[in-house]
Design a protein around this ligand. Structure first.
Ligand code: FVT
Ligand code: MG
Length: 335
């Protein structure tokens, strides 16, 4: 026992805003946030995404405008996801390797405008490019082939790095892809291009709105359980992280976010490396729908959930609320 009542009253330090500020263990700032953006074709285009109220797809010029906004807000990194036109999707997702695909054009445009004032994290997985919506190449039975997919992912990662990506973020969950991508980046001279591995990505029911955002919901048959992890597992998450670190991942991600805070904490305590959380589309949608229903206060929920990730050990959070949260954090009164 460190104290007994009444000499010790834990409410003493909670009595005023200044005292709560002084004793707060966890800090959340705009620099902890990664802002995901969806790219679409055209010029001057903003397409609201019905499944993600408040989130839009932007044409490349709009992505550049959002990037400027991020710099002003103090958000250090954007995560880019393309909405590939249906006619550019194929069985093998070859558009992922096209040096003029949406992703590469957006990277080059932001880089040209802002230089290295903002980081660009790019998703590596084939699902925005395949006609079947799976993250990899499939056989006749629809099984996602591991080694063949890794080869394609290496090409995709190099394509993004050549366009100017700063952080390659493989979200596909194939075995061995981190080592293969790291080797290829080294060989190509991209020695300072980082890898943030989606090391522990669960086969989750919380990804639905994202699939609408990138246009793969109607295409995907079946599920992703042969490569993404079983939500019941935690030991396996540690093995996934351990292997990716051994293969050269600079940082790791746990995904989804809030239902997996225990995994973030275990990974952080076990490996003592930077761990990032992905507050996914279904989590964002739950907050927004609760607000619309009058059941919750958006600002309070956003700050509380993001703070919880930091408390659990995350170095930062990828969240669709990034810009809103940054605005709140930059103008926050004491509480
Ligand atoms: N690679 C990104 C996803 O798989 C889904 C993210 C989300 O649901 O927000
Ligand atoms: Mg793995």
């Amino acid at each position: 026992m460190t104290g007994t009542y009444p000499h010790t009253r834990l409410r003493r330090t909670r009595a005023t805003a200044w005292s709560r500020a002084l004793h707060r263990e966890t800090a959340l700032t705009a620099a902890d946030l990664i802002w995901p953006l969806f790219i679409t074709e055209g010029e001057g285009v903003e397409q609201p995404i019905a499944a993600l109220p408040g989130v839009s797809r932007w044409s490349v010029d709009g992505i550049v405008a959002r990037a400027r906004e991020a710099v002003e807000l103090g958000i250090p990194v954007l995560a880019l996801f393309p909405h590939t036109q249906p006619e550019r999707r194929s069985e093998d997702g070859a558009e992922a390797l096209n040096p003029d695909n949406l992703m590469c054009r957006a990277i080059r445009a932001v880089r040209e405008d802002l230089g290295d004032r903002i980081g660009l994290l790019t998703d590596v997985a084939l699902d925005p490019y395949t006609s079947h919506g799976q993250d990899g190449l499939i056989d006749e039975a629809g099984y996602v082939l591991n080694d063949e997919t890794v080869e394609a992912l290496v090409g995709q990662a190099l394509n993004q790095a050549n366009a100017g990506a700063d952080i390659i973020a493989p979200s596909d969950m194939m075995d061995g892809r981190i080592g293969a991508i790291r080797d290829a980046l080294e060989d190509a001279g991209h020695v300072n291009v980082q890898i943030m591995s989606y090391a522990a990505k669960y086969a989750s029911a919380f990804y639905g709105p994202f699939r609408d955002a990138v246009g793969s919901r109607g295409l995907l048959k079946g599920d992703k359980k042969t490569y993404q992890m079983d939500p019941a597992n935690t030991e396996e998450a540690l093995r996934e992280v351990e292997m990716d670190l051994a293969e050269g991942a600079d940082t790791v991600m746990v995904k989804p976010g809030l239902p997996y805070l225990d995994i973030i904490r275990r990974v952080k305590d076990t490996f003592e490396v930077p761990v990032f959380a992905y507050q996914v589309s279904g989590e964002y949608a739950m907050i927004e729908h609760a607000v619309t229903a009058g059941a919750a206060d958006r600002d309070a929920m956003v700050i509380e959930t993001l703070t919880a990730f930091k408390r659990a050990g995350a170095s930062g959070v990828l969240t669709y609320h990034a810009a809103h949260a940054a605005r709140l954090l930059n103008h926050r009164p004491a509480s």
